[in-house]
Design a protein around this ligand. Structure first.
Ligand SMILES: [Zn+2]
Length: 111
């Protein structure tokens, strides 16, 4: 059986062990579900729309030198309810790169 949009061996789910312990927030079967759902979307357009919907702006941090940095949180919606995770974990869970999130979701300030 062939699945659209999934290149075999190209993408794997990573259960990232981040400092904020996001991996503890949802059980492994929910993580797999989130990952599978993302790839079941098929097209890049649908995936990007999904990524955009998951991204939530939280606050702007201002540095003494006047520079600003925008902070984001990422919403996962497994069957257990909405779970907020950090960017690092979010990227790992979906097996995507930060550059993709930056480019496709259109926020050049994502760091
Ligand atoms: Zn985290």
């Amino acid at each position: 059986m062939k699945r659209v949009g999934v290149r075999k061996g190209a993408t794997v789910m990573q259960d990232i062990d981040c400092v904020c312990a996001c991996r503890e927030k949802l059980p492994i079967e929910e993580k797999r579900r989130v990952f599978a759902k993302f790839y079941a979307l098929g097209s890049h357009e649908s995936q990007n729309a999904y990524l955009f919907a998951c991204t939530e702006f939280t606050h702007t941090q201002e540095f003494p030198n006047g520079r600003q940095r925008r902070h984001f949180q990422y919403k996962l919606r497994p069957s257990i309810g909405t779970v907020m995770v950090c960017q690092k974990f979010f990227l790992g869970l979906h097996g995507i790169r930060r550059s993709r999130l930056r480019k496709k979701v259109g926020s050049a300030t994502l760091k």
